[in-house]
Design a protein around this ligand. Structure first.
Ligand SMILES: *[C@@H]1O[C@H](CO)[C@@H](O)[C@H](O)[C@H]1NC(C)=O
Ligand SMILES: *[C@@H]1O[C@H](CO)[C@@H](O)[C@H](O)[C@H]1NC(C)=O
Ligand SMILES: *[C@@H]1O[C@H](CO)[C@@H](O)[C@H](O)[C@H]1NC(C)=O
Ligand SMILES: *[C@@H]1O[C@H](CO)[C@@H](O)[C@H](O)[C@H]1NC(C)=O
Ligand SMILES: *[C@@H]1O[C@H](CO)[C@@H](O)[C@H](O)[C@H]1NC(C)=O
Ligand SMILES: *[C@@H]1O[C@H](CO)[C@@H](O)[C@H](O)[C@H]1NC(C)=O
Ligand SMILES: *[C@@H]1O[C@H](CO)[C@@H](O)[C@H](O)[C@H]1NC(C)=O
Ligand SMILES: *[C@@H]1O[C@H](CO)[C@@H](O)[C@H](O)[C@H]1NC(C)=O
Ligand SMILES: *[C@@H]1O[C@H](CO)[C@@H](O)[C@H](O)[C@H]1NC(C)=O
Ligand SMILES: *[C@@H]1O[C@H](CO)[C@@H](O)[C@H](O)[C@H]1NC(C)=O
Ligand SMILES: *[C@@H]1O[C@H](CO)[C@@H](O)[C@H](O)[C@H]1NC(C)=O
Length: 408
């Protein structure tokens, strides 16, 4: 019995994987974009940005639409997405005005009427606090336990030319504060744009689509200012839509991609504050890693504070240049670690990954492997009964019992 049962199980597994691929059950809608990337588009010799500062433009053309993705470290590093309903929209940068830092309207996507939605995320500050009581809860710490924050707008950045990979649509911004405690440290943002749906290679292996871009942040080698230092990252969002006043937590599944993480956090923008339709989103798994090449034990939970509306635009040259009309700005702090977890000084390393996208967020589903295993486990007895039944019927139909053979 084991022989045929194993064969049936194997066939069921193979055909399930095959069918799931064919129907795109696990690969979303298969939407593809033609992606091209450029550093400092339109910049000529007349002006020069400060050392290490630049503007990366990704143009991702779909069927009848274009997603423009902009990343710049002029001021606090920012990622901006502008979605147009034209496949021929383009970016225009007035470089002298943009670099002056005061010129709103110096970065434009044209024709302006084609822009359906725009949203940005800005990495503004790194907060460090002395978590003497090991609560890992920056929101309930006395103000005196906070050190002066590292202002990301004042960082000095490594040469962007070296880290931009136009063919792979990736770039890494690495910078450091000028203070003593940061002399051996670096704050890095690894950016990636995508042509189609897939998953990141490193944990938490977020699911992305052609409508999203990813940033992995890491903070390495900073000398902690206390023996119980923990960090929090301040993130501000700007949107042409209405930013939700709450980060939604979606139950996720414990799958082979991110072991032991059951949640997906999502901060969405909607046309109005009551609509459930999503125009754009920032999405992450509430997990950070304490090593560059982590194993499961090197993960630590992260928590966000509730978003608070901001009266003014965050200190990003790109955001100030782009958002001229109606916009909403809001901010939150992402804190890393929970009570009992190692302090920053233990590994002097922290990494966290976030996805920014337009339209509906990618939906997590069970992985093909898990579904196939479940289907085989539950389905094999059924298949056996079915095939057994058919076999018996066929036998009955073709082999008439001797006793009923007509007599010549
Ligand atoms: C993608 O863009 C490149 C350059 O703009 C163009 O040569 C190519 O034909 C495009 N491919 C598709 C599939 O549209
Ligand atoms: C640089 O570009 C500006 C417009 O963007 C143009 O007016 C200027 O002549 C250009 N300078 C050079 C040296 O090409
Ligand atoms: C794009 O959207 C604008 C309104 O935002 C509309 O006026 C225009 O007709 C649309 N263009 C296309 C090609 O759908
Ligand atoms: C630590 O806990 C003690 C007692 O609960 C409290 O008095 C003190 O303010 C706390 N310190 C910090 C830094 O939270
Ligand atoms: C950071 O830069 C801003 C603007 O350039 C400046 O006003 C501020 O004093 C700087 N902060 C620090 C801590 O250097
Ligand atoms: C970066 O590359 C551009 C052209 O690819 C060049 O003009 C510029 O001088 C380079 N910048 C640095 C700092 O190497
Ligand atoms: C930075 O690294 C150098 C060489 O490893 C070391 O001598 C120095 O003490 C370090 N500085 C800090 C602030 O940790
Ligand atoms: C991406 O955007 C395009 C155009 O808005 C849409 O047709 C497609 O369904 C979207 N794909 C995903 C995975 O959201
Ligand atoms: C930090 O820990 C070291 C060694 O345990 C100790 O010598 C030092 O006094 C501590 N510093 C503070 C500020 O508590
Ligand atoms: C939605 O916006 C309206 C007007 O801007 C405001 O009065 C209302 O309190 C908001 N609702 C929520 C749930 O924020
Ligand atoms: C982040 O935390 C710091 C320290 O508690 C606080 O001053 C700041 O306002 C917070 N930022 C946001 C956007 O909530």
């Amino acid at each position: 019995m084991t022989g045929p049962a194993h064969t049936v199980q194997f066939c069921a597994l193979v055909s399930l994987l095959f069918i799931s691929r064919c129907y795109g059950l696990f690969s979303g809608d298969g939407y593809r974009r033609n992606v091209s990337m450029e550093l400092n588009p339109g910049l000529n010799g007349s002006v020069a940005p400060p050392p290490g500062v630049g503007l990366i433009h990704v143009r991702a053309v779909g069927s009848g639409d274009t997603l423009h993705v902009l990343l710049s470290n002029l001021g606090a590093p920012a990622l901006l997405l502008a979605h147009t309903n034209s496949s021929s929209s383009s970016l225009r940068v007035d470089w002298p005005a943009f670099l002056s830092g005061q010129a709103s309207g110096s970065v434009k996507v044209e024709p302006e009427g084609s822009v359906q939605f725009s949203g940005a995320a800005v990495f503004t500050r790194l907060w460090e606090y002395d978590d003497a009581n090991d609560t890992a809860d920056p929101e309930h710490q006395p103000a005196s336990s906070f050190f002066p924050p590292y202002e990301l707008q004042n960082f000095s950045w490594e040469d962007l030319n070296k880290s931009v990979n136009v063919a792979e649509h990736t770039a890494t911004l690495c910078g450091a504060d000028r203070s003593d405690t940061f002399t051996n440290g670096s704050f890095c943002l690894a950016f990636a744009a995508f042509e189609s749906e897939g998953r990141g290679q490193a944990w938490p292996k977020l699911l992305h689509s052609a409508n999203s871009s990813q940033i992995q942040m890491w903070l390495e080698g900073v000398t902690p200012r206390s023996n119980h230092s923990r960090f929090a990252l301040e993130l501000q969002a700007v949107s042409s839509g209405e930013l939700r006043q709450k980060v939604d937590v979606i139950k996720s599944i414990d799958d082979e991609y991110t072991p032991s993480i059951f949640k997906l956090s999502q901060w969405a923008s909607s046309p109005t504050n009551t609509s459930s339709r999503v125009l754009g989103y920032t999405q992450w798994k509430p997990v950070a890693y304490l090593k560059a090449n982590p194993v499961t034990e090197d993960s630590t939970p992260c928590r966000n504070s509730e978003p608070t509306p901001q009266g003014q635009l965050p200190p990003s040259g790109l955001v100030k240049a782009f958002f001229t009309e109606e916009y909403k700005a809001s901010g939150l702090n992402m804190s890393f670690g929970i009570s009992g977890n190692p302090f920053y000084g233990t590994s002097e390393y922290l990494s966290w990954t976030v996805l920014l996208g337009v339209g509906s967020p990618p939906l997590e589903s069970f992985s093909p492997l898990v579904i196939a295993i479940m289907a085989v486990g539950l389905g094999t007895p059924l298949v056996l009964i079915l095939f057994g039944g058919i076999y018996i019927c066929i036998r009955k139909a073709t082999h008439q019992p001797d006793g009923y053979r007509p007599i010549n």
